[in-house]
Design a protein around this ligand. Structure first.
Ligand SMILES: Cc1cc2nc3c(=O)[nH]c(=O)nc-3n(C[C@H](O)[C@H](O)[C@H](O)COP(=O)(O)OP(=O)(O)OC[C@H]3O[C@@H](n4cnc5c(N)ncnc54)[C@H](O)[C@@H]3O)c2cc1C
Length: 453
C-alpha cells in the first residue's frame, strides 16, 4: 500500500468521475471523489436526462394531433403546464442523485461535498482539508460559453433553461450545434413560438449534409423559424419581454433567449495553471492513450479532455483508464471510430460512421443508398413528417461505412445498426438480413438500388 491517503482522488462526480471511482474501488483501489455541485454531473442534472424528459413532453403535442386520424377525439384542447414538467423533472433527478450517492457508498468510495483544487502532482485541497493521492483524476467536464454582445446577461444557458420560472411563449435559441437544435425542437413542441438563430449557412456542422438539409426542412415544417447567416447584435429589455436585434437587421421580440453557443473545459480555479499542464489548441487537457496529462500522476478524461463530448464516451474512457492504471490486464487503446450518436430534435437524428462527404474524401468510390418516405403511421395521422434513411458503402470492399436516419426513434434504430457498422459488415450482409415488417427500420435491409455513386 502506498503512503498516500488514497490511490485515486477523483475531481468531479459526473459521468466519467463516478464510473472511474466505482470501477477503481471495485478493483481494490482506495478512492475518494470530490463534487461541488450535483452527483451525476452534467448528463444527469442539466444534460441528457432532463433534455430527453423534455423531449418526451414535447412529442405529446404531435401525438395529440396525430390521434384524430386513428379515431381518438380529445374532449378539450390539451393544455400544457410547464410547472408540472419542471417539478416532476426535479423529483426524478433527485432520485438519480441519490442512486449515484448509494453507488459510490456501496463501492466504498469516500464522497466529499466541496470544490477541489490541485495543489501539486499528488495533493488536492477540499473544504480546507489537504489530501494526498498517488493519482489525481480530473473529470470536471465543461461549462456553457457565451460570446460577448450587448445584453448577453439577459440570456440563459443550457444549465438554466430547464428551470425557467415561467414558460416562454416566445423563445429564441442562439447556436447551431446539437444542443441548440434540440432545445429549438423541444420548446417548439411544448408550444413556444420558436426561433433559431445561427451564424452559419446551416446548422449541425459535421453531420451528413443530406441529414442536415432534411432536418432543416422537417423542423421548418413543424414551425421552428430558422434564421441562418445571422447573429445576435444586441438584446434589450422591453415592456413584456426582450427585443433581440439580429445582425441582418431583423428585430424579434421574445420572452427568453437560450445561448447554446458551445461549452468550454471547466478548468477555472482548479490549480492546474500552477503546474504548467499542457493544453490542446482548443483549451482541453491534453492526454495520452492512458489518460495521463503532461504531469503523469494527473489523469483526465471526459469532456475536459476534448474527445467526443458524450456520456458513453466518458464512461468508456473511465473504464479504460481503470484498466490501464488499476488492473493488471493488457489492453489496447480505446477505439474512437464509429461512435453512434443521436440528436433529439424533432424528428430525431441517429447516426454512426462516416457522412457521405467524409466517405467521399476517405474511401474513394462509394455507393449511397438513401430513402425518403412517409412513415406508415402518417398515412392516417395526416402529419406531413417524412423519414430519411441512408447507408454509405465503400464500393471496393462493400463495407457499410456510415448509416444515418432522421425519423421517429432514430437513436433506438441506429444503436442496433451501429453494432453492424462497428463489426465492419458489408452491404451484402445487410441485404441478407431479413427485415422486420412492418417497420420503418426494415428499409435499412431492403434498399437495393444505389441512389448515387
Ligand atoms: C444540454 C446537454 C445535453 C446533452 N445531451 C447528451 C446526450 O443526449 N447524450 C450524450 O451522450 N451526452 C449528452 N450531453 C453531454 C454529456 O452530458 C457529457 O458528455 C458528460 O456529462 C461528460 O461527463 P464528464 O464526466 O466529462 O463531466 P460532467 O458530467 O460534466 O461532470 C463533471 C462534474 O465535475 C464537477 N466539478 C467541476 N469542477 C469541480 C471541482 N473543482 N471540484 C469538484 N467538482 C467539480 C461538476 O459539478 C460536475 O458534476 C449533453 C450535454 C448537455 C450540456
Amino acid at each position: 500500500m502506498s503512503d498516500f491517503d488514497y490511490d485515486l482522488f477523483v475531481i468531479g462526480a459526473g459521468s466519467g468521475g463516478v464510473r472511474a471511482a466505482r470501477t477503481a474501488a471495485t478493483n481494490g483501489a482506495r478512492v475518494a471523489v470530490a463534487e461541488n455541485r450535483y452527483l451525476g454531473g452534467t448528463c444527469v442534472n442539466v444534460g441528457c436526462v432532463p433534455k430527453k424528459l423534455y423531449s418526451y413532453a414535447a412529442h405529446f403535442h404531435e401525438a395529440f394531433e396525430d390521434a384524430g386520424g386513428f379515431g381518438w377525439h380529445l374532449p378539450e384542447a390539451p393544455r400544457f403546464e410547464w410547472s408540472t414538467l419542471r417539478d416532476n423533472k426535479v423529483g426524478e433527478i433527485k432520485r438519480l442523485n441519490d442512486i449515484y450517492g448509494r453507488l459510490l457508498d456501496t463501492a466504498g468510495v469516500r464522497l466529499i461535498n466541496g470544490r477541489a483544487r490541485v495543489l501539486d502532482p499528488h495533493h488536492v485541497s477540499v473544504n480546507d482539508e489537504t489530501i494526498s493521492a498517488e493519482k489525481i483524476l480530473v473529470a470536471v467536464g465543461g461549462w456553457p460559453w457565451v460570446p460577448d454582445f450587448p445584453g448577453k446577461e439577459l440570456t440563459v444557458n443550457s444549465n438554466q433553461v430547464f428551470d425557467l420560472e415561467t414558460f416562454p411563449e416566445r423563445f429564441l435559441v442562439l447556436g447551431g450545434g446539437y444542443i441548440a437544435v434540440e432545445f429549438a425542437s423541444i420548446f417548439n413542441g411544448l408550444g413556444s413560438d420558436t426561433h433559431l438563430v445561427y451564424r452559419g449557412e446551416l446548422f449541425l456542422r459535421g453531420f451528413d449534409q443530406q441529414v442536415r438539409e432534411f432536418t432543416r426542412d422537417e423542423m421548418a415544417k413543424k414551425g421552428v423559424r430558422l434564421h441562418f447567416e445571422a447573429n445576435i447584435a444586441s438584446i434589450e429589455k422591453v415592456e413584456g419581454g426582450l427585443r433581440v436585434n439580429l445582425t441582418n437587421g431583423e428585430q424579434l421580440e421574445v420572452d427568453a433567449v437560450l445561448a447554446a453557443t458551445g461549452r468550454r473545459p471547466h478548468l477555472e480555479d482548479l490549480g492546474l495553471d500552477h503546474l504548467d499542464i499542457a493544453l490542446t489548441d482548443s483549451g482541453h487537457l491534453s492526454v495520452n492513450e492512458r489518460f495521463e496529462t503532461s504531469v503523469p500522476s494527473i489523469l483526465a478524461l471526459g469532456d475536459v479532455s476534448g474527445g467526443p463530448e458524450l456520456t458513453p464516451v466518458a464512461l468508456a474512457e473511465a473504464m479504460q483508464m481503470v484498466r490501464y492504471h488499476f488492473e493488471d490486464t493488457e489492453t489496447s487503446p480505446l477505439d474512437y471510430r464509429n461512435i453512434p450518436t443521436a440528436v433529439f430534435c424533432h424528428p430525431n437524428i441517429g447516426t454512426v460512421g462516416l457522412s457521405e462527404e467524409q466517405a467521399r474524401a476517405s474511401c474513394g468510390e462509394i455507393r449511397v443508398y438513401a430513402a425518403e418516405f412517409r412513415p406508415m403511421k402518417h398515412t392516417l395521422s395526416g402529419s406531413s413528417e417524412r423519414c430519411l434513411m441512408k447507408l454509405i458503402v465503400d464500393d471496393q470492399s462493400d463495407v457499410v461505412v456510415g448509416a444515418h436516419m432522421v425519423g421517429e426513434e432514430a437513436g433506438e434504430v441506429i444503436q442496433g445498426i451501429a453494432v453492424a457498422v462497428r463489426a465492419g459488415l458489408t452491404k451484402a450482409d445487410f441485404d441478407a438480413t431479413v427485415g422486420i415488417h412492418p417497420t420503418g427500420a426494415e428499409e435499412f435491409v431492403t434498399m437495393r438500388t444505389p441512389s448515387r455513386r
